[in-house]
Write a new protein. Structure first.
Ligand SMILES: Nc1nc2c(ncn2[C@@H]2O[C@H](COP(=O)(O)OP(=O)(O)OP(=O)(O)O)[C@@H](O)[C@H]2O)c(=O)[nH]1
Length: 389
C-alpha cells in the first residue's frame, strides 16, 4: 500500500520547498511520488503536481463571489475541494506509486481545524497508511517559547488527527537541530536553556518569570508526547537528511499498520455501536408513543401493528364484504351472515338497520382496540362507505 505523507507546518516553515526536495529525492531513487497541492492561494508551485486544487478552484473568484477574506477563501476552497475527495481517491487508487505527498496551506488552522481538513485527512487515512510530517523552522524555534508553541501545536495536531507523526526540523543548513533534539530528550537541558533565557526571566519584562514557569510545566506535560514522535532534521535547501526522513516514514507506516489501524477500526466500531444504541433508544420512544410496551417481548416485527397493517386489514375486510356479504363482527373471528343465493343475489337474514348500526359501532371498537394511532373518524368513514352513504 502506498504511504501518504501530509505536510503540515506554520507559515514559512518551508513545506513547499520540503515537498520539492522530497520529490526530486524520490525521483533520484526511481520512486516517483504522487503529489497533491492543497494550497489554493499559492502563486507558483515549484514541482510538478499530479493534482492541484488550483486547477478546479479559483481562489480569487471564491473571495469575490463569497465576499471573503484570504483565510475564509482558503477554508471555502478546501470545503469545495473536499466534496470531490472520493473522485480524487478513485484516481489515486488507480495509479502506481510508493508515496503520495500532500502539501497543505501555510495557514495551518485553515487545514487542521476546518471540517474539510478533517474530511480530507480521514479520507486518505481510510484508504492508505497515512503519516503527518510536521515541518518546523529550526532557526526560528531556537527560542524556548517559540519551540514550546510549535510543540503544543504539533501535539494538538497529533491528538486531532490521531495519525502517526514525524517532526521535521527543517532549515538545518542555517542552524543545527541538535539543541531541539536535546530539549526533547533531556528535560534538564531545556530547563537550563529556560533559566539562561534573559527574555523570559527578565524582571522588567511583563512576564516576570511567569512565562518561564509556565513553559517549564508544559515541557513536563509534553514528555509523554515526545516519546510517540520520530524526529528528523533536514535541509530542504541542501537535501541533507532526506534518507533519514524516508526511513522514519517506513517506521511510521509499520506503526500505523500495527497500532493506528487497529485504533481507527476500534473507533469506527465504537461509533457504529453508539449510533445503533441511539437508534434503539429512538425506537423505544417511538414504541412507547404507539403504546407498545417492550420491543424485546415481540417475537418478530410482524407483531407490531402499524397504520399500514390496519389499512391492509380494512382492505381485506372490505374485499371480503363485497365478495361474501357484509361483515359480522359479533364474534372475535369474522363470520359472514350474508350468503349468496342461487341467482347470485345477496340475501340478508337479519334486520338491515340493526346490522348497519352494529357495523358502525363494532368497526369503531375493533379499530380503536387494534390501533390507537388511527383516528375514529377513519372508522366512521369506512362504516359509511360500507353502508353506501
Ligand atoms: N535556508 C533554508 N531556507 C529554506 C529551507 N526551506 C525553505 N526555505 C526558505 O523558507 C522560505 C519559505 O519556504 P516555503 O517553502 O515557501 O514555505 P511554506 O511553509 O511552504 O510557506 P507557506 O506555504 O507560504 O506557508 C523560502 O524563502 C524558502 O527558500 C531550507 O531548508 N533552508
Amino acid at each position: 500500500m502506498p504511504a501518504t505523507i501530509i505536510c503540515i507546518g506554520m507559515a514559512g516553515s518551508g513545506k513547499t520547498t520540503f515537498v520539492q526536495r522530497l520529490n526530486s529525492h524520490l525521483h533520484q531513487k526511481k520512486l516517483p511520488p504522487y503529489i497533491i497541492n492543497l494550497d489554493p492561494a499559492v502563486l507558483k508551485v515549484p514541482f510538478g503536481c499530479n493534482i492541484d486544487i488550483r486547477d478546479s478552484i479559483n481562489y480569487k473568484k471564491v473571495m469575490e463571489n463569497y465576499n471573503l477574506g484570504p483565510n475564509g477563501a482558503i477554508v471555502t476552497s478546501l470545503n469545495l475541494f473536499s466534496t470531490k475527495i472520493d473522485q480524487v481517491l478513485n484516481i489515486i487508487k488507480k495509479r502506481d506509486f510508493t508515496n503520495c505527498i500532500v502539501d497543505t496551506p501555510g495557514q495551518i488552522e485553515c487545514f487542521v481545524w476546518s471540517a474539510s481538513g478533517s474530511i480530507i485527512t480521514e479520507a486518505f487515512a481510510t484508504e492508505f497508511p497515512t503519516v503527518i510530517a510536521y515541518i518546523i523552522d529550526t532557526p526560528r524555534s531556537s527560542n524556548p517559547s517559540t519551540f514550546m508553541s510549535n510543540m503544543l501545536y504539533a501535539c494538538s495536531i497529533l491528538y486531532k488527527t490521531k495519525l502517526p507523526m514525524i517532526v521535521v526540523f527543517n532549515k538545518t543548513d542555517i542552524r543545527d537541530a541538535k539543541f531541539a533534539k536535546d530539549w526533547m530528550t533531556d528535560f534538564e537541558s531545556f530547563q537550563d536553556s529556560l533559566k539562561n533565557n534573559t527574555e523570559l526571566n527578565d524582571e522588567t519584562s511583563n512576564g516576570s518569570g511567569y512565562m518561564a514557569s509556565l513553559i517549564n510545566s508544559m515541557s513536563l506535560m509534553l514528555e509523554e508526547f515526545y516519546s510517540t514522535l520520530d524526529v528528523v532534521s533536514c535541509s530542504a535547501f541542501t537535501g541533507e537528511g532526506f534518507d533519514d526522513f524516508l526511513n522514519a516514514v517506513d517506521n511510521k507506516v509499520d506503526e500505523y499498520n500495527e497500532f493506528y489501524q487497529k485504533e481507527r477500526d476500534r473507533i469506527i466500531l465504537e461509533k457504529k455501536e453508539k449510533e445503533k444504541k441511539e437508534k434503539d433508544k429512538q425506537l423505544t420512544h417511538l414504541m412507547k408513543d404507539l403504546g407498545i410496551k417492550d420491543k424485546n417481548n415481540l417475537q418478530n416485527k410482524d407483531d407490531i401493528d402499524v397504520l399500514s397493517d390496519i389499512e391492509d386489514e380494512i382492505e381485506r375486510d372490505e374485499k371480503a364484504g363485497y365478495e361474501h356479504g357484509l361483515i359480522d363482527l359479533e364474534s372475535s373471528e369474522r363470520e359472514y351472515t350474508f350468503q349468496e343465493d342461487r341467482n347470485g343475489e345477496i340475501k340478508d337474514d337479519s334486520n338491515a338497520s340493526d346490522v348497519a348500526k352494529n357495523i358502525q359501532d363494532r368497526y369503531q371498537q375493533a379499530f380503536e382496540s387494534t390501533a390507537k394511532v388511527a383516528s375514529s373518524s377513519v372508522a366512521e368513514d369506512i362504516a359509511k362507505y360500507i353502508k353506501g352513504e
